[in-house]
Design a protein around this ligand. Structure first.
Ligand code: CMP
Length: 138
């Protein structure tokens, strides 16, 4: 489904009470929320989610961070969802992110960058199935 993407609001952004403002920016940009939940991943679950990064130098820190507190996972729908959402969140490193993007506004650093966005339609499907069963999405 090329019209959907998966996002996570990461532990640091949940902790700082940025959930509301981030969701506002997402819906203002025309995305419809098709699924949403607040949950905390175990380190192993974070490792499975980010399996494509296994072996990279930042994998250990990434999975420790992503399992450090609750996150908000959402399936978002819009035409051209994956690309448009990546534009809305900005570059992985907030220093490189454009003004007005979610990461520019709310990220602390490249590793604590406030939100995740799927990088392809295939990732969006895999990541959506990771978090949500059929009865949890609309
Ligand atoms: P995200 O979109 O969630 O996907 C992988 C995450 O790894 C990325 O955001 C970053 O927060 C994190 N990360 C940490 N260091 C790096 C790095 N050097 N390159 C890419 N991603 C990194």
């Amino acid at each position: 489904n090329g019209n959907q993407t998966l996002t996570m609001i990461k532990p640091i952004a949940v902790e700082r009470n940025y959930v509301g403002p981030i969701i506002q920016k997402i819906t203002d940009a025309g995305f419809i929320i098709r699924a949403m939940k607040l949950l905390q991943l175990s380190k192993n679950q974070a490792g499975d989610f980010y399996g494509e990064h296994r072996g990279k130098y930042f994998y250990e820190d990434l999975t420790t961070f992503m399992s450090s507190g609750p996150i908000v996972a959402m399936i978002l729908e819009k035409e051209n969802a994956v690309a448009d959402f990546r534009k809305l969140i900005g570059a992985t490193d907030p220093v490189e992110a454009e003004e007005g993007t979610i990461r520019k506004l709310y990220a602390e650093s490249k590793s604590h960058n406030a939100v995740h966005g799927s990088d392809s339609d295939e990732s969006a499907k895999r990541e959506s199935d990771f978090f949500f069963s059929a009865v949890e999405r609309f």
